[in-house]
Design a protein around this ligand. Structure first.
Ligand SMILES: [Zn+2]
Length: 449
């Protein structure tokens, strides 16, 4: 069994007590087996973390890898207009352009400290996304987007309930548990306006039957959506989802901005997870989720970036900083302390992906999903010491992705000294450029016909 020893780091463990300690970490296979002040053992690989921080890797809880190519393609447009522009490109993906898109997104996330992602796919060619995930070494829940109530949209954006279910369930059988458990399937009903009740009820039954399979959607992102939901179903999003039985600890809903008290109650009582995307929500003018209130009601909140065109980065440091400051205007400077924000980015995400007992903190027995960060350099210095200046506050308010040095996922070193070991960064960038040009060429050709 391969072993890795991380020496002399300052561990921000994110365990229940929020312990921060100087210690060594021994990893055997994929597991953290020992955390102790001095481990005198031989190991296949020794990583010296002197003067550095060691953290559980971030969990990016809401991503669209299919949109990474489309960064900056619909800036300064409100959500419905933005959606038109982005979907008109997204649904012209070939397996090759989708693969290029997924790789760019995954590489950016690994380089900014993310070790797990929850991804919403696009309608077709989802195997390309899984292939990119498998090769990269990242941990992921992913699944094809489901859109079976879209008769008002162009044919490229439509699928029947039967086909949507069949294709999704086939993908689940093909990919769930693959890469030694690193890959999980997540049904991805895009949003309730575009899905039938039959589809939502069927995928909930499937997810309940298959441990580790999740359901990942959007809910309460904009006011228009809530009004349309009431028109369509007579109910607001979460009340509707509860009524049809599609809530619970295997259900993750992005945004959760326009929710009322009844919907918070549903989330808290059923363990349905909220995925907060502060940068996307402010950029698109959608609103700001009431995260401090949700946390105080016992709702699990994770943090995500959403897709590259709605952000425009897939960088957890940007999300953490924004999540810490946007609530202070309304609730005062003491709202959303750094510890709570970092917890959303780690344990919050781990719970959302259904792995709260396996990842999200540095503890003996957990899986080794670990990142090593430098001392903050020009971004976060000077500090008297990590302890005296409470480095968690620096992490949330000042650290940047460039501070992430090394990443270990599932016990494998995926990045060392900022070099990706599983992917060729130059090739990824070149392929991305070609794929974007290809998407635009096909959109223009279609529109000319
Ligand atoms: Zn989204």
């Amino acid at each position: 069994m391969k072993t890795i020893l991380i020496k002399n780091g300052y561990l921000v463990t994110m365990d229940e007590n929020g312990s921060k300690i100087y210690a060594d970490i021994l990893i055997e296979g994929k597991q953290i087996t020992t955390i102790a002040s001095k481990i005198e053992k031989e190991a296949d690989k020794i990583l010296d973390a002197s003067g550095k921080l060691v953290l559980p890797g971030f969990v990016q809880s809401h991503i669209h890898l299919c949109q990474s190519l489309l960064r900056g393609q619909a800036d300064d447009q409100p959500l419905m207009e933005w959606l038109d522009t982005i979907t008109s490109l997204e649904f012209r993906h070939t397996p090759e352009t989708l693969y290029a898109s997924a790789r760019i997104g995954i590489a950016e996330m690994i380089k900014s400290g993310t070790t797990s992602i929850i991804d919403m796919g696009t309608l077709h060619h989802q195997d390309s996304v899984f292939k990119a995930i498998e090769e990269s070494g990242v941990r992921a829940q992913a699944g094809k987007a489901m859109m079976d109530l879209t008769e008002n949209l162009p044919p490229l954006l439509q699928e029947s309930t039967k086909d949507s279910l069949k294709n999704s369930i086939d993908l689940m059988h093909r990919w769930h548990g693959k890469a030694d458990g690193r890959i999980r399937y997540g049904f991805a009903p895009r949003w309730q306006l575009w899905n039938t009740t039959e589809l939502l009820q069927t995928i909930k039954q499937e997810a309940d039957k298959n441990p580790g399979v999740g359901i990942h959607g959007h809910a309460g992102e904009i006011e228009y959506e809530v009004e349309a939901m009431i028109k369509q179903t007579g109910m607001r999003n979460l009340v509707y989802l509860e009524k049809i039985g599609c809530v619970g600890s295997n259900v993750q809903m992005a945004h959760c901005i326009w929710l009322d008290e009844d919907e918070y109650k549903v989330m808290a009582e059923t363990g349905t997870h909220a995925l907060h995307c502060p940068c996307c929500n402010t950029k698109l003018g959608s609103g700001i989720a009431k995260v401090p209130e949700m946390l105080s009601k016992g709702i699990n909140v994770a943090l995500g970036s959403d897709g590259a065109p709605s952000n425009n980065n897939l960088d957890m440091f940007i999300e953490m900083r924004l999540a810490s400051v946007i609530h202070k205007y309304r609730l005062g400077a003491e709202a959303m302390p750094a510890e709570d924000v970092l917890r959303m980015a780690t344990m919050g995400g781990a719970k959302a992906i259904g792995m709260g007992d396996q990842i999200g903190s540095l503890e003996e027995g957990k899986i080794a999903d670990i990142v090593i960060l430098d001392d903050g350099g020009l971004y976060a210095s000077p500090m008297r010491s990590f302890e005296e200046d409470d480095v968690v506050k620096r992490l949330v308010s000042s650290y940047q992705s460039a501070c992430v040095q090394t990443s270990i996922i599932d016990g494998q070193v995926i990045m060392e000294d900022r070099q990706l070991l599983t992917m060729n960064e130059t090739e990824i960038l070149e392929d991305g450029k070609k794929a974007l040009a290809d998407l635009w060429a096909r959109k223009r050709a279609d529109e000319a016909n």
